[in-house]
Each structure stands twice: as C-alpha cells, then as structure tokens.
Design a binder for this molecule. Sequence first.
Ligand code: URA
Length: 211
Amino acid sequence: MSTRQVHLIDHPLVQHKLTLMRQKDTSTKSFRQLVHELSALLAYEVTRDMPMQEIEIETPLETMKSRVIDGKKIVLASILRAGNGFLDGMLEVVPNARVGHIGLYRDPKTLQAVEYYFKMPSGMDERDVIVLDPMLATGNSAVAAVDRLKQTKPRSIRFVCLVTCPEGLKTFHDHHPDVPVYTPAVDRGLNDHGYIVPGLGDAGDRIFGTK
Ligand code: URA
C-alpha cells in the first residue's frame, strides 16, 4: 500500500467555490451554502476508489451482474464542531451513510487533545470511514481523532478537509501514513496562532456565524 497519499481535488467547481469561501466579506449564509455545495463534490471525490462487489440483479428484461459499494454502510465521522458543516452535503450524495462524532478539546496546560465525546456505529470492522474536518491545520486534533478511531478497527479510513498546509500534512502523516488526505488546497503554512494562511479563517465560526 502506498503511504502518505494526498489527493488534491482540483476540479474547477471545487476551486471556484473555495475561492468564494476564502473571501472575508462572504456572508455566513453564503459560506454555509458553499460548504454544503462543496461537501457534495468532495464526497464524490473521496468515494472514488471505494471497494465494490458484483451482485446479480434482475432488470425488467434479464438478469445481469452489476456493481455496488462493498461492505456495511460508509461512516462519516465528524470532528466537532466544524466537521458537522460537511454532513448535510455529503449525506445528499451518500444518503445511507452512518454518522459518527468525535469531540476533542485542547487541554490548556498540557496542550494535548482530550476527548469529550466519541460515538460510532457498531460493526466498524466492516466499514469504511471518512473523517471530516474543514481545516487540517496543526494536525494535532486530526491525529488524536484518528488514533481514537483506529481503536474501533474500521476497514479503512480516509480524511477530507477544505484546506490544509505542509505542517499539518507532515504531522498527520508522521502518525498516520496509511490514511489518505483529500483536500482542494494545500496553503502556505501556519501563523503563530495555529491558523492556516492564507486560509479562510475560523471555519467553525464562519459556518455557524459565531464570530
Ligand atoms: N481551524 C480553523 O478553523 N481555521 C484555521 O485556519 C485553523 C484551524
């Protein structure tokens, strides 16, 4: 298996919508609508290489063998809270998906990610998981989320974000080289506050209008 995969999603529709989202004057309403539209497109790309199986079906005319996605239903695992912004759009494309949630906060003393919520569906060993977090910035919460997720022994894990940076990708793949990252953008880097630059600001605040 090749490792440290980064899939750059360069589709013109994706890039166009991301450019609109980056602009500081984009309203909460527009930002939310754009995340919704973009996440449906990202779902299409991140599921591109999902394993398939052939089943026998009957058309009105004859029987045939045809392909369906293999295994139990896909899991969309949202890292709270900004990951939730991806859910509605992705569920339009993958309506049968199960939804898991991972809540983490950073301990101000140790600076380590501490879990406050974790809920996944049963039967994870037969499921493929797509982890959702719009910003793969320092990589610390992504690493902690995937550490915890791996304890449930899912069949596979993919990570999808809107924007990342070289530092975040390095930290993430130093810990989880087996988890491919799907992203429309790899920005220049991180500022002193751990924000991606040029980035798009605080994704959670922009989705939920909490600035
Ligand atoms: N989280 C965000 O929402 N934005 C960043 O740039 C970094 C982390």
